[in-house]
Design a protein around this ligand. Structure first.
Ligand code: NAD
Ligand code: UFG
Length: 359
């Protein structure tokens, strides 16, 4: 049985689905601070089986000990954590407590239970403002620009030291680039509780009429059109990477680092254009000054994951945007009749309506 911490969250839920699809049994530990039990129903519907669920916190050692005593857990995928960059600047202690403290407590409980296989949801943010593009795993980790980034790097360091101290540990640090998209059924995706920080969820809310305009942060970077360039990766491809990483880690020893990205960067304007072309919805935008802490560009060299895991992102940017939009239409339809959302064109309405009818 695999323990997925944060398994009701955006990425964790896709990982759980992936594991169920490979016949694994799964237990989720989540405190639901940024997700809800609805994910469990969606996972069960799509996966044809239920994951077990325990409401709990990775910082709570007693809860973890009980969890390892109650379930025959052989490996852990640790997705639980806080991820809002701006919030981490305002509330650094909460971020270090959850992301670093929670990881330490989890590792302590794993060691006590004799479970030594661990995958950690890390981030390309640990590379800081890398002078080298594309970024491969030999690139030095840089200076993150915010407490969230530091917390990810610190958690990585904890796990690396631990593996160096005891050969029973087999740890995979998965450095995600920019995960976007939703399950291709349109039934499972990100449902931000607050104003989104990230490009795609914000763009989707503008497209569906919940927000007026997309703020584009910076059009004077040394990039193809002056806007920031990122390596967007479909969340289903990302989830597949976890399954392959788990195979590679089982029975192994030490720390392995893998970038999970496509190797292809797109600018903000390229993403907006692709969205309008693919989904038939216009997105009004306004240029703003650069956002503090942003890097101009960041994209992966994913070759190590290809060679060592046989992992390669298969889905295109258009796939990511189409799947994300399908999910957004579903969310929007739950709140109000889709026909009355202002920026959805007839094409998109027809498409969304037929997709909703098909489910
Ligand atoms: P998410 O917020 O959707 O999911 C995180 C889940 O963890 C949520 O369900 C939340 O309720 C739970 N959680 C938070 N703190 C917890 C705690 N102390 N104990 C138990 N549960 C807790 O975020 P996500 O996008 O799915 O991200 C998952 C992981 O991937 C995070 O660790 C994040 O830092 C990392 N990551 C995300 C991105 C991204 O762009 N989404 C990029 C790089 C890395
Ligand atoms: N952007 C906008 N408008 C917005 C939001 C973003 O123009 O409303 C721009 C940003 O300036 C940047 C690009 O879109 O150029 C991507 O920004 P995101 O916030 O979507 O993603 P980041 O690359 O800044 O950060 C994300 C996660 C981090 C993670 C990092 C690398 O938020 O947690 O990817 O994995 F560390």
């Amino acid at each position: 049985m695999i323990l997925v911490t944060g398994g009701t969250g955006y990425i964790g839920a896709q990982v759980v689905l992936q594991l169920l699809g490979h016949g694994q049994t799964v237990v989720i530990l989540d405190n639901l601070c940024n997700s809800s039990r609805t994910s469990l129903e969606r996972i069960a519907r799509l996966g044809g089986r239920r994951a077990r669920f325990v409401l709990g916190d990775v910082r709570n050692r007693a809860q973890l000990d009980a969890l390892f005593a109650d379930f025959p857990i052989t490996a852990v995928i640790h997705c639980a954590g806080l991820k809002a960059v701006g919030e981490s600047v305002r509330e650094p202690l909460r971020y270090y407590d959850s992301n670093v403290g929670g990881s330490i407590t989890l590792c302590q409980a794993m060691a006590a239970a004799g479970v030594f296989t661990l995958i950690f949801s890390s981030s390309a943010t640990v590379y800081g403002d890398s002078p080298r593009m594309p970024i491969d795993e030999r690139c030095a980790t840089g200076l993150p620009t915010n407490p969230y980034g530091f917390s990810k790097l610190m958690a990585e360091n904890v796990m690396t030291s631990l593996a160096a101290s005891d050969a029973r540990w087999s740890v995979g640090l998965l450095r995600y680039f920019n995960p976007i998209g939703a399950h291709d059924s349109g039934e499972l995706g990100e449902a931000p509780a607050q104003i989104p920080n990230n490009l795609l969820p914000y763009l989707l809310q503008v497209a569906s009429g919940q927000r007026d305009v997309l703020h584009v942060y910076g059009n004077d970077y040394a990039t193809v059109d002056g806007t920031g360039v990122r390596d967007y990766v479909h969340v289903m491809d990302l989830a597949e990477g976890h399954w392959l990483a788990l195979q590679a880690l089982m029975g192994g020893s030490g720390v392995q680092v893998w970038n999970l990205g496509t190797g292809q960067g797109y600018s903000v304007l390229q993403v907006v254009d692709a969205f309008t072309r693919t989904c038939g919805v216009s997105v009004p935008l306004v240029f703003e000054p650069r956002r503090a802490g942003d890097v101009a560009q960041c994209w992966a060299d994913p070759d190590k994951a290809r060679r060592e895991l046989g992992w390669q992102a298969r889905r295109t940017l258009d796939d990511m945007l189409r799947d994300a939009w399908r999910w957004e239409c579903r969310l929007a339809a739950q709140h109000r009749p889709i026909l009355y959302t202002p920026r959805i064109t007839p094409v998109a309405v027809a498409q969304a309506a037929s997709e909703l009818a098909a489910v």
